[in-house]
Design a protein around this ligand. Structure first.
Ligand code: PXG
Length: 458
């Protein structure tokens, strides 16, 4: 029996009875019922009632080649027929992850040539944490194990992911984080720059907080710094241009490894294959997931730099870590086909030279609106910051209420987008054209107008 035999109400009742959703207030969900998304095509998603929505979030930052790609279904089907699964433990391998690893080594920055697979960004961040600590241990410096991260960072929802992340609410529910992880300030000038402080100077000050944390612990105790090149779930926080070069310099100075989390920024989102290339960062590990398969299969790849890989190989000894589905052949087959599509259609270049700049222009058009404090974007990743008063940057209260109101109007007007804190987030499929961007801009402006009417009259 397929879902079409159920009414929306019936599906919602079964949903409420049996399905605990991620990041959800379960009482609230039971009061209002969930929206059932039942199919999707190109840039659009459709709910059970046939409502068409332009998907401004590419699913959840992942469907970079858009929906309805039969080639990806065929790649999975062919692989499942030939070899649905075999493990890559005990000196076994299968050809598909081997070939995907070669492809990823070609696409990644020059110093990266090895890959370790998982099935989610969270898993690969667990791998990254384990790996950098293992690296220093076999280098004879087991005490060099502290990790520096940032407030508002999102690195996943497993215990290690939550510990690495800097989300207060998640930490409060964790009841004990992985030890020896500290969090420094995020590089978000609009909120944190001092009066009169330039973006450049603010970026240097935010980077200095990394150096302060290293000095406080003693460099001999610090394994690595981890950061998203652009913070995603934290609200598309784009650092000033001065930030990453300074963080890189500091990491080199104190021999601290640099771990990038590109779960959102990887595979074309910023107009390069990796944001490491956009910002000129040389990383020791890069965590990737999501758009590696455009979300058509769960797969993550930790890209491992030569420095760590060389030590693993030279020193030998087993690294006691891995997952049943590390290098899953079906997920890897879909990834290979997905990367082929991105290359064949020139999507990365298109984001860089055409749709990215056009998207920035669209946001600029929106920036004149009375509720908008600032807009920001890199490639096809952007945010609209919502304020009550443009001049003073005063926010509506409670935090996030205005953005949720705008999001609800956006959805009612055919535009799926996210609200996080007081930021409206956009991270669309890379197949968006100028016409799709215009359509999004019109719908967002309409939602802003309707929300402003509600908010100012409240
Ligand atoms: N790192 C980053 C930078 C992420 O954005 C993860 C790790 C974890 O990946 P998995 O595959 O384990 O979920 C993510 C995931 C949001 C939202 O609210 C963002 C993510 C996941 C769920 C919600 O924007 N990003």
């Amino acid at each position: 029996m397929t879902y079409q035999n159920y009414s929306l109400k019936q599906l919602q009742q079964i949903d409420a009875a049996h399905y605990l959703h991620p990041f959800t207030d379960h009482k609230e969900l039971r009061d209002i019922g969930s929206r059932m998304i039942t199919r999707a095509e190109g840039p659009f998603i459709y709910d059970s009632e046939g409502t068409e929505l332009l998907d401004g979030m590419a699913g959840l930052w992942c469907v970079n080649v858009g929906y309805g790609r039969t080639e990806l279904a065929e790649a999975a089907y062919e692989q499942m027929k030939e070899l649905p699964y075999y493990n890559s433990f005990f000196k076994c391998s299968t050809p598909t992850p081997v070939l995907l690893s070669k492809k990823l080594a070609e696409l990644a920055p020059k110093n990266i040539n090895q890959v370790f697979y998982g099935s989610s960004g969270s898993e690969s961040n667990d791998t990254a944490l384990r790996l950098v600590r293992h690296y220093w241990a076999i280098e004879g410096k087991p005490e060099k194990n502290r990790i520096i991260s940032r407030k508002m960072a999102y690195h996943g929802s497993t215990v290690a992911g939550t510990s690495l992340g800097g989300m207060d609410g998640m930490h409060q529910q964790l009841g004990g984080a992985v030890p020896n992880i500290v969090h420094v300030m995020m590089p978000y000038a609009y909120e944190l720059a001092l009066p009169g402080e330039s973006d450049h100077d603010f970026g240097l000050r935010a980077a200095k907080s990394v150096e302060d944390a290293i000095l406080e612990a003693g460099a001999e105790n610090v394994a690595a710094f981890i950061g998203e090149p652009i913070m995603g779930a934290g609200g598309v926080k784009i650092p000033p241009a001065s930030y990453w070069p300074e963080v890189q310099r500091i990491c080199r100075k104190y021999d601290v490894l640099l771990m990038l989390d590109e779960v959102i920024t990887g595979y074309g989102r910023t107009g390069e294959w990796f944001a490491a290339q956009t910002f000129g960062i040389e990383a020791d590990t890069i965590t990737t997931a999501k758009a590696l398969t455009s979300g058509y299969q769960p797969l993550s790849a930790l890209l491992v730099g030569d420095r760590i890989a060389a030590t693993l190989v030279d020193k030998g000894g087993e690294f006691y870590h891995g997952y049943t589905y590390s290098g899953h052949p079906v997920a890897c087959a879909v990834a290979l086909k997905n990367l082929e599509i991105i290359e064949r259609e020139g999507l990365v270049e298109r984001v860089k030279t055409d749709t990215g700049p056009y998207f920035a222009q669209m946001l600029k058009r929106i920036s004149g609106h009375g509720l908008v404090g600032e807009v920001r974007s890199v490639g096809l990743m952007g945010a609209i910051e919502i304020v009550k008063d443009k001049a003073t940057k005063e926010r509506f209260s409670p935090v996030g209420s205005a953005a949720v109101a705008i999001r609800d109007h956006a959805i009612a007007n055919g535009m799926m987008m996210r609200a996080t804190g007081d930021s409206m987030i956009l991270s669309p499929p890379l197949i968006w054209t100028r016409a799709t961007i215009d359509m999004a801009g019109d719908r967002i402006l309409k939602a802003l107008d309707l929300a402003e009417r509600d908010l100012r009259n409240a």
